[in-house]
Design a protein around this ligand. Structure first.
Ligand code: NDP
Length: 321
């Protein structure tokens, strides 16, 4: 039997229910995949609640890992039995799904299913942030926020592998311990950012800021930069940043600001294979640790959404069919 989590209408977590669906049959260019685990992300809570419009019945999910069970016409490079993952699927809260072959990334044998499913969205994001939004160099001093978060924990580890000094924030002592475990050099509260940046850089300012908190931190991010520094604004966990007068970039010291999104950094199968190969390679080699914060049966997707919305979880939440 094939089944999926679906919402018939927008609402709270309780609108998520399990329903039987037809077994997926791949069309041209597609793979059918038995889902081993699906990642739970904030965007799905916005879709479920009706903040981002979707059509109903709606099966959430863009991230998953699993095994190929059938291959559509015209697909090359993938065969039945291959282990694959994606950050760009649809309807992944299910026991089986269809996936465009060009959006599939290979999973090495050494990486278990739960970790494989926890990697793509946050791992590929952290990869493009350190390589492509700003190219981090050895010796850079970098400020980022929410160092115990999903992206934050991976980003911190990648920054350390690049030889950067990392300043990060967390809101509780438990999260501070996790950020230190990820390798952050200076873990502080949100109110202590300016003083810490001054102290660590001798008043010069940081080379780059990675800001996924947005509204509450943007002003502090601009103020923390060195002259000609780079602010990578990649999210708005506290709300989106309101419109900004570009003259402020001049006043802050001829700084640059970029506002990237993952889809623009996964443009071709080659780019996916590069980012996927590097991130899964680091995981397989033990140089990058991915934290799974909770695994829920598919039937308990509502509880997973409620937990995610509480801000109390750390690491990746997964649904297991
Ligand atoms: P996290 O696990 O990092 O959760 C968000 C964290 O932000 C919280 O744990 C919290 O950490 C911190 N935070 C600070 N202020 C607030 C607030 N007012 N409300 C809620 N949380 C707050 O989430 P993700 O790793 O999944 O995502 C991090 C950010 O990256 C998000 O903004 C997300 O939208 C964005 N993102 C962007 C992508 C892109 O390509 N542009 C792709 C993927 C994610 P603490 O309690 O320690 O402060």
């Amino acid at each position: 039997m094939t089944y999926a989590v679906q919402a018939r209408e927008p609402g709270g977590p309780d609108v998520l229910e399990v329903a039987e669906i037809e077994a997926p049959r791949p069309g041209p260019g597609q793979l059918a995949v038995d889902v081993a685990a699906a990642g739970v992300n904030f965007i799905e809570t916005y879709q479920r609640a009706g903040v981002y419009p979707v059509s109903y019945p709606f099966v959430p999910g863009s991230e998953a890992a699993g095994r190929v069970t059938a291959v559509g016409d015209g697909v090359s490079g993938f065969a039945v039995g291959d282990r694959v993952a994606t950050a760009e699927g649809s309807a992944t809260y299910a026991s089986a799904m269809l996936l465009d072959a060009e959006r599939a990334v290979r999973v090495p044998d050494e990486v278990p299913d739960d970790v494989a499913a926890a990697v793509p969205l946050q791992g590929f994001t952290a990869h493009y942030l350190v390589n492509s939004s700003y190219d981090v160099a050895e010796g850079d001093v970098v400020l980022t926020y929410a160092g115990a978060g999903g992206v934050g924990g991976i980003l911190t580890q990648l920054l350390k592998l690049r030889g950067a000094t990392v300043i990060t924030t967390t809101s509780t002592p438990e999260k501070a311990a996790l950020a230190r475990e990820a390798g952050a050099d200076h873990v502080v509260g949100y109110d202590d950012v300016a003083a810490t940046v001054d102290e660590v850089t001798g008043g010069r300012g940081v080379d780059a800021v990675y800001d996924g908190v947005g509204k509450d931190t943007f002003d502090g991010s601009l103020a923390a930069l060195k002259k000609r520094g780079t602010l990578v604004l990649f999210g708005g966990a506290s709300g989106q940043v309101p419109p900004v007068d570009l003259q402020r970039l001049n006043a802050a010291g001829s700084v640059s600001v970029t506002r990237p999104k993952l889809a623009d950094f996964l443009l071709t199968p080659e780019e996916r294979a590069w980012r996927g190969g590097e991130i899964y390679g680091l995981v397989a080699g033990g140089q990058l640790t991915i934290r799974v914060g909770g695994s829920y049966p598919l039937a308990e997707a509502a509880r997973a959404h409620a937990d995610l919305e509480s801000r109390a979880t750390t690491g990746k939440l997964l649904l297991i069919p």
